[in-house]
Ligand binder design. Structure first.
Ligand SMILES: Nc1ncnc2c1ncn2[C@@H]1O[C@H](COP(=O)(O)OP(=O)(O)O)[C@@H](O)[C@H]1O
Ligand SMILES: O=C(CO)[C@@H](O)[C@@H](O)COP(=O)(O)O
Length: 557
């Protein structure tokens, strides 16, 4: 029998990537990236040039189709295979990236009459202009004692579905009225490929407050938010919510012609980028925390029971792997903190020394920082350069470093920043483990594990846990392809379940990072000090960070 393949399409913030994978062994045969022609729309609307307000971040839905049009034929061509041997396709997306559609499924921004209204466009995950609505949701939910709130660590984010919908209603009621359904972009792309309007359990659960047993929050809750939202969940949020790996449908004839694939090819329901990476590193059972490490970190973990864990982003049944509770937590800046130091704060001599050595500034700092023993710098930092997403859930918190002397060196500061983010991850690990959601091993994927060995050793030492590293450098796309193969099913040459797909296709590297006992002992002491600072500045004992923010805002006004 001819070899069978699946395609995973990973929709990132600035581009989409297709990956063609061999189902017999998980080999990544071909890949192709399409930058979004309209990129992130955060200044002016295409066409009218209408200016957008700060905190807005939109996208053009046609760009998502363009990724399919360019990247899918490109991987088929590069691989030189018969398109009929591609038996399934899955996608993963940034989230909550959402849009209003009409009764035919067309985005409202495609309508000549509506295209100059920014609310008709896709709101990207990092659209932060619905903060007022998010604050009201949290206030009202807390007052009413809504049971869902603790399942989201006590706070619903402005990035998520309900806050974004309410902003549309408040600022553009005509767009709200014209909307037949609000969909996650990941679900809209699947609709475009198959004609099936389904909602996937991952985005519905993590981003739209849907619960497998309880459904959405009550109509009374939505009425308490705004009487106009009373029927939202049965009208504009209607639609079946189905578990990941479900076949959404077959590729339509029209899309088959565009993609160069066979009509009827199995298409899996949509998924989220970080979550798709979990089976791609082979994690399909509890006890293993997967860290998608890049500019920020998403931490994902499976459990068998629904537990309340301080500061988690959410717990969703079938949210990561069908049959398990999926837990998500996160640090809102990690690589971004190192980037800040390298771009904004290192002395010129460091940049020059790195250039002379023919290496990057990160690499130069890593090499120098690796010469120190844990504790030797005398420095300690709080990693809140972009607030704290878990466990404190407070965007007003800011960064801090103590222990400077006249002898402090740039590489010591860099090492301290690496350590601070590791302590932030340890807080998350402890929050899960201490609340009965076991964390025994760590798995890492994303850009950072490939780039910085010192960072990974520090994480192993600080958490006192072995860390396995993804073999693939494109784990979300690999995970999406795996779900595509599950949608195709075993009879077609795919898999009966994601567990089977992971057994065949997922890989970690042979080399892992193991804790070094003498480092663990020193970091334990430093972590106790970190925890004292964390609680002192983060739990209200000393509100200096908030007071500084107020003074800054007054100075700016
Ligand atoms: N050698 C390095 N050590 C530590 N951080 C690095 C290094 N090189 C790049 N970074 C950081 O990695 C981040 C990008 O990670 P990546 O996984 O590629 O991106 P994304 O999170 O957008 O998918 C940036 O924040 C950058 O500062
Ligand atoms: O929020 C999530 C996942 O829950 C991400 O989709 C979102 O932060 C975007 O992440 P990336 O920038 O693609 O790593």
């Amino acid at each position: 029998m001819a070899k069978k393949y699946a395609i995973g399409v990973d929709y990132g913030t600035e581009s989409g990537r297709a990956l063609l994978v061999d189902l017999s062994n998980g080999d990544e045969v071909a890949t192709h990236v399409t930058p979004y022609p309209h990129n992130v729309i955060d200044e002016t609307l295409p066409g009218s040039g209408r200016k957008l307000e700060p905190d807005w971040a939109l996208q053009h839905p046609a760009d998502y189709i363009e990724v399919l049009r360019r990247s899918v034929p490109a991987v088929i061509k590069e691989a030189g295979i018969d398109p009929a041997d591609v038996i399934g396709l899955g996608i993963d997306f940034t989230a909550c990236t959402m849009l209003p559609i009409d009764a035919n499924g067309a985005p409202l921004c495609f309508d000549e009459e509506l295209k100059d209204n920014p609310h008709a466009w896709v709101k990207l995950w990092k659209h932060h202009a619905a903060q007022d609505e998010a604050n009201m949701i949290n206030e009202i939910a807390a007052k009413r004692g809504e049971a869902f709130l603790p399942m989201y660590g006590g706070k619903i984010s402005s990035e998520w579905m309900i806050a974004k919908i309410w902003q549309i209603l408040n600022e553009a009621p005509d767009i709200y009225d014209r909307t037949d359904m609000f969909l996650e972009a990941t679900d809209w792309v699947i609709f475009s490929l198959t004609g099936a309007k389904l909602r996937n359990s991952c985005t519905a659960g993590y981003k739209a407050i849907w619960h497998k047993q309880k459904g959405y929050p009550s109509q009374e809750f939505f009425k308490a938010l705004d009487p106009r939202l009373e029927n939202l969940t049965t009208t504009k949020l209607r639609g079946d919510v189905v578990p990941l790996g479900t076949k959404a449908g077959g590729l339509t004839a029209e899309m088959a012609a565009i993609l160069g694939l066979k009509e009827g090819t199995a298409i899996a329901v949509g998924n989220v980028d970080a979550h798709a990476a979990v089976p791609a590193v082979g994690v399909v059972t509890p006890g293993k925390l997967v860290m998608a490490m890049g500019t920020s970190i998403c931490h994902m973990l499976l459990g068998s029971e629904e537990k309340q864990v301080e500061g988690m982003c959410g717990v969703v049944e079938d949210g990561i792997i069908p049959g398990y509770l999926g837990y998500e937590a996160g640090q809102s800046a990690v690589g971004d903190i190192f980037a800040w130091y390298v771009d904004e704060a290192v002395p010129a001599y460091v940049t020059e020394a790195a250039a002379t050595a023919g290496i990057g500034v990160h690499e130069w700092l890593e090499q120098k920082a690796a010469a120190y023993k844990p504790g030797e710098t005398g420095l300690l930092a709080l990693d809140w350069w972009n607030g704290n997403r878990s466990v404190l859930v407070d965007t007003d918190l800011t960064g801090l470093m103590v222990g400077f002397t006249l002898l402090t060196k740039p590489e010591q500061i860099y090492r301290t920043l690496l350590e601070a983010t590791a302590f932030g991850t340890r807080k998350i690990v402890d929050a899960f483990h201490g609340n009965g959601v076991e964390v025994n091993e760590l798995y890492a994927c994303g850009g950072l594990p490939q780039r910085n060995r010192l960072l990974m050793q520090i994480y192993a030492d600080v958490t006192n846990r072995e860390i396995k590293i993804a073999d693939s450098t494109q784990t979300p796309a690999l995970g999406a392809a795996m779900f595509g193969a599950v949608a195709a099913g075993a009879k077609q040459g795919g898999f009966a379940s994601i567990v089977e797909a992971a057994e065949k296709m997922a890989r970690v590297r042979d080399e892992s990072f193991k804790p070094i006992p003498e480092n663990v002992a020193v970091y334990e002491k430093l972590y106790q000090e970190y925890s004292k600072l964390h609680d002192y500045f983060g739990r209200g004992e000393n509100d200096v960070m908030k007071r500084l923010k107020a003074i800054k805002e007054a100075a700016l006004s």
